[in-house]
Ligand binder design. Sequence first.
Ligand SMILES: [Zn+2]
Length: 70
Amino acid sequence: MLDVPLELRCNVCGHDRFTLPTVDAADQDVRCGECLAFKCHADDLEQHMLAAASSLTPQPGKGARRSCAS
Ligand SMILES: [Zn+2]
């Protein structure tokens, strides 16, 4: 599991760090790094982040990180 800060907020505690599953992990859930509340599925994370980014300040150049090895 990777504990990383994201442009998202936990719905439960407002924490902004989340644990991301590794590519080969069986459990592909993104969870709050603080209270471990379920945030979204890893496959949906990019869309969640894009939606959050578009509702906040646009940050050109960010979001190009590749998290999946396809
Ligand atoms: Zn939380």
